[in-house]
Design a protein around this ligand. Structure first.
Ligand code: MG
Length: 203
């Protein structure tokens, strides 16, 4: 099982970090050890002084494939939730400045928190999914899948040109504007179409 993440998939978030809007999806990965299992505490990593939350829609792959055409892509995922792509922003800024890979900032243990998955039934409107993140009961991020630069199907197709997709893989589809810092004691709660699917405390 692997975790594939898309960066800069919302124009307003690319702008807030001073990045250009990409012409093709920006891809990075997290290892299996990055998955924060439900009901597991999240501990503030000791190597960062600027931990950021990035609330994202997360897809779960249900079929093995590669070189998937966009028009067939919807057959390859069947569940969705909200997740947090935890980012050590200070480390990432340092890596970016020096042209180095991002893994230390993005792929550390428990950096991929995922909520409870819900089934993507045929009547589920994937182009109009509202999602949001609360920090200490205040909304800090709000997005809608319709604002994505690259759609779910386009992401799946693009990824599969480079990496085989396997059953159980998770895909983080990018974060909207409003990323910010979290500190020990913060409570984070993620919602999809108003339903609470993820809740954790930074310890
Ligand atoms: Mg992200």
């Amino acid at each position: 099982m692997k975790i594939i993440c898309i960066g800069r998939n919302y124009a307003d978030h690319a702008a807030e970090l001073g990045n250009a809007v990409p012409e093709e999806p920006v891809i990075f990965m997290k290892p299996k050890s990055a998955l924060l299992q439900a009901h597991t505490p999240f501990y503030y990593p000791e190597f960062t002084n600027e931990l950021h939350y990035e609330c994202e829609l997360v897809l779960r792959v249900c079929k093995n494939g590669k070189y998937i055409q966009e028009r067939h892509a919807a057959n390859y995922y069947n569940a969705i939730t909200v997740g947090i792509d935890f980012t050590a922003r200070d480390i990432q800024d340092e890596c970016k400045k020096n042209g180095l890979p991002w893994e230390k900032a993005k792929a550390f243990d428990n950096s991929a928190a995922v909520g409870k998955f819900i089934d993507l039934t045929p009547d589920f409107n994937k182009k109009n999914i509202n999602f949001s993140l609360n920090k200490n009961n205040e909304t800090v991020q709000q997005g809608n899948s319709g604002q994505m630069i690259f759609s779910f199907d386009s992401i799946i197709s693009h990824i599969s040109n480079y990496f085989s997709l396997n059953i159980g893989d998770l895909i983080f589809t990018g974060t909207p504007a409003g990323v910010g810092e979290c500190v020990v004691g913060d409570e984070l709660e993620g919602f999809l179409n108003g339903q609470s699917l993820l809740k954790l405390e930074v310890k």
